[in-house]
Design a protein around this ligand. Structure first.
Ligand code: HEC
Ligand code: HEC
Length: 200
């Protein structure tokens, strides 16, 4: 597999539908938080990596922020002004980026993390993550890529799942993950978050 250390630039002629200047201005705005090549940023709040993320997942989450099914005041404000063609153009752009994971996660429980990822925790009803997120952590459609995701972000999502996701009255895609997040202990969450953070 060819791994590039630099983001792959998006060709201007691929950005149909949305005026070029409009998309670039928006991208610059997203990059102030999510990082110059959308690799994520370890700030006061961890800013998740968007690079290489599946377009359907990004679109689905932006809708969830707007509808407040996923609570985050920052992203609710960011998302509600985006037109649907802008959302598709942004998602297509991020999907093509491939920066190296930013790393920095503790490596002490990587072997445990790999085992949880590949085999789950049958004694606690936790399925293998790879069954949905793929053995390479790239996910598909509405199932997110976890490869290269920031350790702090993943730990935060899995430990706070029920407080943030699935806040709407009807069940949504977040319900698929709810029992898995609930059934993991903090050390198990940390182990699997460290493991996926290094996947390229
Ligand atoms: C002021 C900072 C900020 C800006 C600007 C910003 N974001 Fe975010 N974004 C965040 C934070 C913080 C989160 C994590 C929210 C959480 O913890 O649930 C996030 C989460 C997301 C997610 C969910 C990622 C996932 O893995 O579930 C998407 C998609 C996203 N942002 C897209 C965008 C896009 C597109 C833009 C530009 C139009 C943008 N963001 C601009 C701070 C920002
Ligand atoms: C049955 C399929 C399935 C399995 C098994 C599964 N997931 Fe998920 N996962 C999903 C779906 C679907 C989502 C998107 C949820 C949403 O829309 O809010 C998700 C979302 C996530 C997220 C949020 C990512 C982000 O960018 O915010 C994390 C972290 C995650 N899963 C980790 C795991 C881990 C770790 C395991 C194994 C212990 C696992 N998942 C097992 C389907 C699955």
């Amino acid at each position: 597999m060819l791994i590039t250390a630099f983001p792959i630039a998006c060709r201007a002629d691929d950005r149909v539908q949305v005026a070029k200047g409009g998309l670039e201005a928006k991208l610059e705005y997203c990059e102030t938080c999510h990082g110059l090549s959308a690799q994520g940023y370890r700030g006061y709040f961890p800013m998740p990596r968007l690079a290489g993320q599946n377009t359907q997942y990004i679109e689905n989450q932006l809708r969830a922020f707007i509808e407040r099914r996923r609570t985050n005041p920052i992203m609710a404000n960011v998302a509600h002004v985006l037109s649907s063609s802008m959302v598709s153009a942004l998602a297509t752009h991020f999907r093509r980026l491939d920066p190296r994971p930013i790393g920095g996660a503790p490596r002490g429980s990587m072997a445990t993390g790999k085992r949880i990822y590949e085999e789950g925790l049958p004694e606690s009803n936790v399925p293998a993550c790879s069954a949905c997120h793929g053995s390479d952590g790239k996910g598909q459609n509405e199932i997110p890529r976890l490869a290269g995701q920031l350790y702090e972000y993943t730990v935060g999502q899995l430990s706070g799942w029920a407080r943030v996701r699935g806040q709407g009255s009807a069940a949504d895609t977040s319900a698929i993950m709810a029992p898995t997040a609930r059934n993991m202990t903090r050390p198990q969450i940390e182990a699997v978050a460290a493991y996926v953070s290094y996947l390229q």
